[in-house]
Design a protein around this ligand. Sequence first.
Ligand code: 7TS
Length: 401
Amino acid sequence: MDLNKIRNDFPVLKNDNELAYLDSAAMALKPRCVIDAVNDYYEKLGCNVHRGVYQLSYEATDLYEAARETIAKFINAKVDEIVYTRGASASLNLVAQSYGMNFVNEGDEVITTELEHHSSHMPWLNVCNKKKATLKFIPLDEDRRITVENFKKVLTNKTKVVAITYVSNVMGYITPIKEIIELAHSVGAIVTLDGAQAVPHMKVDVKDLDCDFLSFSGHKLCGPTGVGILYGKKALLEKMPPIEFGGDMADTVYMDSMTYKAAPFKFETGTPMIASAIGLAKACEYLESIGLDEIKAHENRLKNLAVKELKKIDGITIYNESCETGIIAFNIDGVHPHDAASVFDNQKVCIRAGHHCAQLITRNLGTIGTIRASFYLYNTEDDVNRFVKAVKEARDFFLQF
Ligand code: 7TS
């Protein structure tokens, strides 16, 4: 990976060489090609899709639908298995609202984990409450990982849905998902996979995984905000009812009856996020041009380097040393994570502190929050050094009190 070239692709980094941006798990920075793709749409087309009967609108529609094909290829899906949404949260909610509310019944079981982001856990808590189904949790092992062995302990013939993260946004652990999917299918359950922290950082192939649903956001994979993807197996999307009505999803509408389009369009109401979808496709192409395997190895190498240095500092608790992605979850002993974060800010080190919308694992760790540094393709060893220096300074600063 040519890091100088990559950093030059990102205007935010080009504009400020001092910045150590270590918050890509919250949002990735945007490369020039994505910004240009978004701007080009507004400058050259700027009109709606699917409805205009004029050349400009045909061109916008072609770009928008070609983006769906690019995104489908990125995860090895078919184009009609790709639903545009507002983001991972909207995708995860769509599955729960449509599949969960219609195909989960009283007495059924839904399996999830304490490693879930709220957007993966809460929609199913809601379904289970409404449908009188039972929400069960896979016990985590001593490192707080999801294991196949522990999954087997909660899987039963009553399991209808497994709602599970592929990569935890707090611990960065990769779930052994292929085996879990195979076991879930053996009892007739479906698996809705939260890929928000996986798809941007590693090669994800939905056919190889055989997952039933996969949700992710554009903004975490160098794409624009306001767009996300729900991948769903065609047979499942076909039998699921829409959860929103109006706009483009309608087919024929009468005073007392209506029909709607086939999937994926029946889930897409109103004017879509055209520019963001086009930008997301460009981001997929950009990441592929660098190589997902290379990106994953790079992030993990930087994370390991940072962990090695952090371990030399007294008074630091690291929660996920063995993590195989680019996330470090830690605390400075006796210091509130938000207080620590403010010292990092003075050093131009951007990290996130708090519960990261994952209160279950934060509580399980026995803390009020963690400091999280997350690495991506544009980070360097220099960023690691700045980060470690900022941790030392924060520790020394708070040690006075
Ligand atoms: N699932 C996971 C695993 C996530 O990390 C996030 C966002 C979401 C779902 C929701 O994505 P959204 O795009 O709909 O917001 N996670 C984080 C984070 O860790 N810090 O900020 C947002």
